[in-house]
Every structure is written in C-alpha cells, then in structure tokens.
Design a protein around this ligand. Sequence first.
Ligand code: KG4
Ligand code: ZN
Length: 338
Amino acid sequence: PEEVFILAIESSCDDTAAAVLRNNKVLSNVVARQHIHEEYGGVVPELASRAHQQNIVPVIDVALKKAGVAKEQLAAIAFTQGPGLMGSLLVGTSFAKSLAMALQIPLIAVNHMHAHILAHFIDEEGFDKPEFPFLALTISGGHTQIVKVNDFFDLEIIGETTDDAVGEAFDKTAKILGLPYPGGPLIDQFAAAGNPKRFAFTKPKVDGLDFSFSGLKTQILYFVQKHVAENPNFIEENKNDICASVQNIIIEILMEKLQLAVAETGIRQIAIGGGVSANSGIRNTLKAAEGKYGWKTFIPKFEYTTDNAAMIGIVGYHNYLHDKFADAAVVAKARIEF
Ligand code: KG4
Ligand code: ZN
C-alpha cells in the first residue's frame, strides 16, 4: 500500500488552518484562530484576509514540522476553493497554487461543505465511519443543510436554510445578550446551567426539509427588549435560562427536520458536521436519538467540527485516489455547488 502525504490548507473564513495527512490519518492539524473579530461582533472580511496572509506560512510550517514530513515528501496539496469569503479564500488558493507549482505536485480543490461531511472518514480511534447512503446535517456559521450522501462524490442537498444559518442564530442571540463573537460556544456554556423550559419560543413554519432562523432571531430580540424595558438586569439575572431556552428551540427545530428527512428517505444513519455540531446540547440530543428512534449517529471528534484543515485533507485524499486534480487556472469561489 502506497503512502500518500497530503498537505491541506483551509482559509475560507476567519481561521487559518493547515494539516498533513498520511492516507486517511491525520498527522498534524493546526489552526490559528483570529481573535481580532471578537470586538467587532462578527468577522470583518478585510481583517480576515490580512490575518490569513500573516499566518499562512507559519501555520503550514508548524503543520509540516508536527507531522515530521518534509515538503519534498508531499504527494499533493489540497485547498479550500469555497464557499467562503473571497478575500480569505484567495490567500489559501494562491498560496496552494504557488507551492504546488514550486514542488511540481498536483493541486486539489476542495468544497468546504463537502469537507465538513467527509471529516467522518478521517481514520480516528474510537470513531466509526458512516456507511453510504447516510444523511449529513451540516450546521455552521454560514450554512445549514441536510445532505443525502450517496457516495464520496455523490451528494444531494435535500434541505437548507432559506435565510440565516443556525450558527448565526447562536451568534446573533449572543450579540443581543451582549456576549462577544462567536457566541455559540458561550451560549452552550451558559445553557448547561440553565432551564431549557423556562422561556418558550415558537418554531418557524417552513415547508419540507428547509429551515429558517431569521424569524427566531427577531423573536429573541423582541423578547429580550421587552423584558429589559421592565427590568434592566433581566439579562444578567436570567442568562443561563435564556441561553438554555434558545438552545432548546434550536435543537427542536433541527430534530424535527431530521425526523422528517429520515421518514422521507428511510435512511437512519445521521452524521453531523460544521462548527455548531460542537454544541453539547445538540451532541447529547443526537446521541439520545440512537436509543429513542433507532438511529445510528455520527458525531465528529471535537477538533474536526469547527473549521480545520484535516477535513480538507481527507477530501483531498479521496480526490487523489480518483485522480481528481485541479488545473493551474483554478479559482476561488465564494459560492460553490457539490
Ligand atoms: O464551521 P465553522 O467553524 O465556520 C463556518 O464555516 O461557519 O462554524 C462556526 C460557527 C459559529 O457560528 C459558532 O458560534 C458556532 O459555529 N459554534 C457553536 C459552538 N461552537 C461553535 N455554536 C453552538 N455551540 C457551540 N458549542
Ligand atoms: Zn465551516
């Protein structure tokens, strides 16, 4: 069996990441998080691309060093082509192209959302790989999709958000509560100590397998404004319960659509991916669904949930096995289909 070393680069949003894989095993997985956006309440594209440019060489150097792999041993370079912020994507794309050219090795263009799904095929002790076909729920700051995964390269979006992504629902709620960006992990943390039944929010009515989160955000905003008008300390006094209740309604929305997707497709294997799948409430609810509904659920290792390059590397590896290489004229794409 051949040993294939792949360097993977991810720069679609605000994390600069590089990983080295040997076949389907991760040798190193390095992420430089950009904290600069915290004070702005969201990612500032201009600052993100600048930070990528600053970080990309050191991050790749560390990834190679940690893996104990020399540049000359690399078989290919995989990079995130999209979707994402154009200025951010350009940094990774241009760098990947230049390095592939210098090393005279093939280049592999990877769809970021594809990577959040195939992250489940990284060889990791204690983690099962799903069998085809399975359903993937990809939940991140930019996306909310239910994907029917028929094969490594045969994916069908069967449901998606018509407005905000679920991560935005978390982040915007956090902003309303005066918490820094990204607020998802903080809501998760406060929710753990709160009562999820304390405040009732209503589920949006959306047909079929699609989602909508913008109405929920407005609902939460009005709810908080109304209570703060009566009691200026409302947020401080009820933070845990508000977070738990918001997280609870989001979980209910996701679970309702997953149940519908299972009913429509007959597929009972569910894999989650994307930054929001780091949420402990979502992880616990899905685990519980195994006993409750007879599903088999796949929850990625924590470091492969939020943006990372290892997931780009595993897609790169499967592309490599199928000789799916990008040509030198490949360009970054802010929007991209499977
Ligand atoms: O996949 P990701 O790292 O970047 C995108 O591709 O968007 O996802 C980032 C999103 C943010 O909205 C962040 O608040 C959310 O994932 N997130 C969480 C948690 N950890 C990250 N949301 C809820 N609970 C968490 N523990
Ligand atoms: Zn992502």
